[in-house]
Design a protein around this ligand. Structure first.
Ligand code: PLP
Length: 391
């Protein structure tokens, strides 16, 4: 196995850059280095490239180009959405609603805002990780400024009823933000047809470069900037633009839009084959997250009575040339810690250490899926034998 090409099943952590993205970025990392704020020809050309990328990102989510703000990451887009809304209402009582399974980019920002005086309600999820819109409705107060619920969860792949929750927020006069870092390019999103006011995305999750993201800000939504300076990005994100990164995000968004239908169909097929193949071969395997409302390429599995072994399974798979993840790469330094996402689903601390995440992209093949189905059961049972002999 080790001689074969490694299999990369960790696309929720990050994706390979599409060669067409690399190609689009290349001149902007070389000879086309002008500052888009410069008035000369090369500067105007850089400005035009940034604006073209704005159109490409807007088209992916049904927004208008002027509603896209480029940021330095998905994390920064989430920070800007939450702190931007709360800070725009400075001096008035501000309440924020979010869910228990948000990415730390949202949860930790919400907690930081709470330390600065905002009120915070964290709504629960059910056993497959879905937020009930009625729980959001019940959490709303007259001073609720913002509801932030992710479109798709990075650990378990569950999709949220964001359009419905956005309507609930709007009816109560609150703004609605969604962290669509995992969902953008992987599900259909149309902000114009929904009540979503703010949406975060990140280039490296959709075959673009790392270190660049975007926040959709619906026309008319008041936001305070996080970063102050020269006034770029309509004053919402000062700093000389990362032109190459932005061009890469734009091209990646364009390709994601072009591939969307075939990606969703192809990945759903691969995902379902992977789940069925592993379950047939490992009777103790169970799917975590919503079996239907889940990201097309996302598989999250537990192995009953072996939940403490997920990290060993990851290492054994790694040895066999298969890259996967336990829980979330963003908390990789805490892999021995129980996942707060799984605990929110009702898992106890032992079982909450036990998830194996296999996430696919359009670069993966059926042959790779079959190879993993062939390898995994043997690894699971040899680890079980070791675990049993230790008892
Ligand atoms: N939100 C979600 C749901 C994510 O999965 C991630 C990254 O894993 C982020 C936000 C952060 O994005 P970035 O890595 O661009 O900062």
């Amino acid at each position: 196995m080790a001689n074969d090409r490694p299999i990369y099943f960790d696309n929720a952590a990050t994706t390979a850059m599409d060669p067409r993205v690399v190609e689009a970025m290349a001149p902007w990392q070389g000879e086309l280095y002008a500052n888009p704020s410069s008035q000369h020809g090369p500067g105007r050309r850089a400005r035009a490239a940034v604006n073209r990328a704005r159109e490409q990102v807007a088209a992916l989510i049904g927004a208008r180009p002027q509603e896209i703000v480029f940021t330095g990451s998905g994390t920064e887009a989430d920070n800007l959405a939450l702190a931007g809304v709360i800070d725009a209402n400075r001096g008035e009582p501000s309440h924020l609603v979010t869910s228990a399974i948000e990415h730390p980019a949202v949860l930790e920002t919400a907690r930081a805002l709470q330390r600065r005086g905002a009120a915070l309600t964290i709504v629960p999820v059910d056993s497959v990780g879905r937020v009930d819109p009625d729980d959001v409705r019940r959490a709303l107060r007259p001073d609720t400024r913002l509801v932030s619920i992710m479109a798709a969860n990075n650990v378990i792949g569950t999709l949220q009823p964001v359009n419905e929750i956005a309507e609930v927020a709007r009816a109560a006069g609150a703004l609605f933000h969604t962290d669509a870092v995992q969902a953008a390019g992987a599900t259909r999103i149309d902000v114009a047809a929904s009540a979503i006011d703010l949406l975060s995305l990140s280039a490296h999750k959709l075959h673009g470069p790392k270190g660049v993201g975007a926040l959709y800000v619906r026309h008319g939504v008041a936001l305070a900037p996080l970063i102050h300076g020269g006034g770029q990005e309509r004053g919402l994100r000062s700093a000389t633009e990362n032109v190459a990164g932005i061009v890469g995000l734009g091209r990646a968004a364009e390709l994601a839009a072009d591939h969307l239908n075939s990606d969703i169909a192809g990945l759903t097929e691969l995902r379902d084959r992977l789940i069925a193949g592993i379950r047939d071969a490992c009777p103790n395997a169970y799917l975590i997250g919503d079996p239907v409302q889940r990201l097309a390429g996302h598989v999250c599995l537990g192995f009953s009575s072996q939940e403490g072994e997920a990290i060993r399974l990851l290492l054994a798979l790694d040895e066999a040339g298969v890259a996967v993840s336990t829980g979330s790469a963003c908390s990789a330094s805490h892999t021995a810690e129980p996942s707060y996402v799984l605990q929110a689903l009702g898992f106890d601390a032992f079982r909450a250490r036990g998830a194996l995440r296999l996430t696919l992209s359009r670069n993966n093949t059926l042959e790779e899926v079959e190879r993993v189905i062939a390898i995994l059961p043997g690894l699971v049972s040899s680890l079980r034998r070791i675990a049993t002999s230790r008892r």
